[in-house]
Design a protein around this ligand. Structure first.
Ligand code: PLP
Length: 453
């Protein structure tokens, strides 16, 4: 098909044509292109999206856990339109209203003394900047990150990432040191009481003695691990990391790209444990992803440091007015419409429903969640905890979970999984009837997992 044919035929975008042109020209993330068969999507509204035949799907993923306000929120769409009419773009060197307003709103909403923000086009770029800034502020170079983490797909963020997608980017940036995760259900240390890994500080302390704490600039963690298994730290864990970092002058970075802005039923995941990082990274829920946006927000001390020291970072689209206007609108909508309260209330309904499902489905090994950030870990045996599909499973080894997800999609509910952990992360504006509908479909498709028990 040539460009001329497209131009002549403009408007005739059938599902078949979207699929064919996509297949020919679009490179999709993390995929062998020839194995893909994506659904051509025609539109969306609230918690739903639909294809060209009008077949509707309940988006129990919020796409990439970013569409917190659901599809096509009218006020958000209108705010982007209004900003587009006023000023689409002005360089980061100028002061601009939406950018200033969003930074001020973030300072007011975030915990503790988090203050100034640098805006990026997403989570990875914000993490890159946080690491570079931490190195400059401390004059040190090592960064401690965890294995079950995802921090983004740019060079530095991929090196910080622990999950197996990192392997293709190795050797990556230097100076990254890894610690184990507080995965209480499958503790890598066998979970003695007290557990040095799951309580955080003792494990970090030991690692620092091997690495030399005076070479460590920052510790970066997702306060609640998203992509790699929906892991909630035990009470005291984040506090314990905070104390060790303070003892050695190490900058603590919380990556709340997925967990921030109401996802866990609090404005920020770290609010559950009253721990404030030195640098907070957000994206996704900051503006529900309507325009690419991420933010690095730094505490008072680093803000003061930046007043007299060079910030070695910048991008053409840092603080893009359309993105910032969508952020301002998104945060106002969240406040006006009680979105964080809805996340908490609907999360309780989802959690109670899942607990009931666990009584009927032996394949449910563990349920972890708060707000609308749930993981359901599927096993072949509750006593041995043998996972339904192993870590890093591909092809036929991953089929049992693949079949379950496909069956849910056929019943009109869009779900994904991290190997054997189902991710249940619907839009924060979801209602009770939609939660119940998803629970009903889960009840049906979990029978497929039970067959392997
Ligand atoms: N950090 C976390 C915790 C994430 O979940 C993600 C993306 O899923 C990222 C960083 C990367 O964000 P982005 O894809 O916007 O670069």
């Amino acid at each position: 098909m040539t460009i001329t044919e497209h131009q002549i035929d403009a408007g005739a975008w059938t599902a078949e044509r979207v699929k064919a042109v996509d297949k020919e020209y679009v490179i999709h993330s993390w995929s062998v292109q020839g194995s893909l068969d994506p659904i051509p999507v025609a539109g969306g509204s609230g918690s739903w999206f639909w294809d060209y035949d009008g077949r509707k799907y309940l988006d129990f993923q919020s796409q990439l856990v970013n569409l917190n306000l659901g599809h096509q929120h009218p006020r958000l769409v209108e705010a982007i339109r209004a900003q587009a009419e006023e000023l689409c773009y002005i360089g980061p060197g100028f002061a601009e209203r939406s950018r200033a307003e969003l930074a001020e709103m973030i300072a007011n909403l975030t915990p503790g003394d988090l203050k100034m923000s640098f805006f990026t086009t997403g989570g990875a770029a914000a993490n890159e900047n946080a690491v570079r800034l931490a190195r400059h502020v401390t004059g040190r170079h090592k960064i401690v990150a965890r294995y079950r983490s995802y921090h983004g797909a740019t060079a530095g963020a991929m090196s910080l990432t622990g999950d197996p997608r990192r392997w293709a980017a190795e050797p990556g940036i230097s100076g990254v040191v890894r610690m184990l995760d507080p995965y209480t259900y499958r503790c890598p240390a066998g979970h003695p009481d007290p557990c040095p890994v799951c309580s955080g500080g003792p494990h970090l302390e030991e690692l620092l003695q091997y690495e030399n704490p005076e070479t460590v600039a920052a510790v970066i963690v997702e306060p609640v691990t998203g992509t790699n298994g929906l892991l909630y730290p035990p009470d005291g864990y984040l506090q314990s990391l905070r104390e060790v970092c303070d003892r050695y002058g190490i900058i603590l970075i919380f990556d709340e790209v997925m967990a921030g802005f109401g996802r866990t039923g609090e404005w920020f995941a770290c609010n559950h444990w009253n721990v404030t990082p030195d640098i907070l990274i957000t994206a996704k829920g900051l503006n529900s992803g309507y325009v690419p946006l991420g933010a690095m927000t730094v505490n008072e001390r680093i803000s003061e440091w930046l007043r007299t020291n060079m910030f070695w970072g910048g991008m053409t689209y840092a603080g893009h007015p359309l993105a910032c206007a969508s952020g301002v609108a998104s945060l106002r909508i969240m406040q006006d419409e009680g979105v964080v309260d809805n996340s908490r209330a609907m999360g309780e309904r989802l959690g109670a429903g899942l607990a009931k499902l666990a009584e009927r489905h032996p394949s449910i090994g563990d349920i972890r969640g708060r707000g609308l950030f749930y993981g359901v870990e599927l096993v072949k045996n509750r006593a041995t905890k043998e996972p339904l599909v192993p870590f890093n499973a591909k092809g036929p080894a991953a089929a049992p979970v693949g079949k379950l997800l496909k069956a849910a999609m056929e019943r009109g509910v869009y779900l994904t999984a991290n190997f054997n952990v189902l991710r249940l992360t619907p839009p924060l504006v979801i209602n009770a009837a939609e939660i119940d509908l998803a629970l009903g479909v889960l009840d049906e498709v979990l029978a497929l997992a039970d067959e392997h028990y």
